[in-house]
Design a protein around this ligand. Structure first.
Ligand code: QUE
Length: 353
């Protein structure tokens, strides 16, 4: 339990947080986010800590998201529902703490970085991707919504790329993550390992930390071997995803009839119509919101999804029964009323359940 996240500080001032549930792709539990939050709070003012590294243990990557299997239990008991709410509260609080952290945080986006893993590291000062990076906001696959501040950070992507990534739950590579402003630096996975060793052996005590860190990272940094694929679709993405109504996006994709539009439309029609409409409004509204407002809205939406059948259907179909055939509440996007969508944003549904 307490080994699920390994935290250490070495004698030279490098602190490390290693997510350590490799069999579950380092997916985040309440205890893990609580420990991370406690450590960041402690290290913020600890003069023995100059820089913080966030990485994943094992070979698969940083983190696949939240511990969805435990969250799934929220459907069957009041206590589990309460625990699930507590998880989201703590998770978002810790994500925010990373944004606000006054010292450099180096995030190793090596291998799988999805959902909660993105949320935990988006606010880091030095986000490093590699040839192994598999990045996604995959919540549309489980009848949920892109949380952990996505309404803030997906709007930092060029044009409407953030909407495309959220609604399709596309998995992208390191070059694409750089392109959508989700990372700062590219290097080979082998170089990242060497960088980690170098950071551990650097004595930060007598250094201008930021200058020294940037200089070290430059030694290992390279250019991605290929151009961003996402960038090559930017024109089409912007053309189809500029609409604030899901029906208009689907209509636009239908009319175009290109390979891209046919595939994207098919992808969208495989998702929960309700989740799609919530996510689109969330991202459209998010453009005008501060990061704090985005997280506050995420908490309301997460609590409402914990009381919505599509979330449990989605998780069941992907992670429990693995039949990939969810039976969502609404069959067609036109079945989802504006009222049903707006309600989800205005108050918590059945909070006294
Ligand atoms: C969408 C998601 C998640 C997902 C799959 C999706 C997610 C998540 C996991 C996951 C994967 C492996 C595990 C685990 C969880 O899968 O958030 O415990 O062992 O954590 O399609 O959002």
């Amino acid at each position: 339990m307490s080994d699920d996240v390994l935290c250490s500080v070495n004698q030279h001032g490098t602190a490390t947080i290693a997510l350590n549930r490799p069999k579950a792709l380092n997916s985040l539990t309440y205890d893990m986010v609580r420990v991370i939050g406690d450590k960041l709070l402690e290290w913020k003012t600890d003069d023995n800590v100059a820089v913080v590294v966030i990485k994943g243990a094992g070979s698969k990557g940083l983190c696949a998201g939240g511990d969805i299997k435990t969250l799934y239990e929220a459907r069957s008991s009041k206590q589990a529902l309460h625990d699930a709410e507590r998880f989201f509260e703590k998770e978002y609080e810790v994500d925010m703490a990373v944004y606000r952290f006054p010292k450099p945080i180096i995030a190793c986006l090596d291998g799988i970085v999805m959902g909660g893993g993105v949320g935990l590291t988006y606010g880091a000062s030095h986000r490093i991707v590699t040839e192994r990076t598999k990045w996604a906001m995959p919540e549309m696959n489980i009848g949920f919504f892109p949380d952990v501040g996505a309404a803030y950070f997906l709007n930092k992507a060029p044009g409407y790329a953030g909407r495309y990534l959220a609604l399709t739950a596309s998995v992208i590579d390191g070059a694409d993550v750089l392109y959508m402003n989700g990372a700062d630096v590219y290097m080979e996975s082998r170089a990242l390992e060497q960088l980690m060793k170098k950071l551990e052996h650097t004595n930060w005590n007598h250094e201008k930390v930021k200058e020294k860190l940037n200089q070290i990272i430059k030694e290992f940094q390279t250019e991605p071997p290929q151009e961003s694929k996402l960038s090559s679709y930017q024109k089409e993405i912007d053309y189809h995803f500029r609409f604030d109504l899901l029906e208009e996006i689907l209509q636009s994709l239908e009319s175009a009839g290109s390979d891209f539009s046919v595939n994207v439309k098919k992808l969208l029609l495989s998702k929960s119509p309700f989740s799609l409409k919530i996510a689109l409004k969330q991202l459209a509204d998010g453009k005008q919101k501060t990061i704090e407002e985005c997280f506050a809205k995420d908490l309301l939406l997460a609590k409402n999804f914990l009381r919505h059948r599509d979330f449990y259907e989605g998780v069941r179909s992907v992670l429990i029964d693995r039949d990939q055939s969810p039976n969502y509440e609404y069959r067609h996007v036109s079945d989802v009323s504006n009222d049903a969508v707006n309600q989800f944003f205005q108050h918590s549904i059945g909070a006294d359940l």
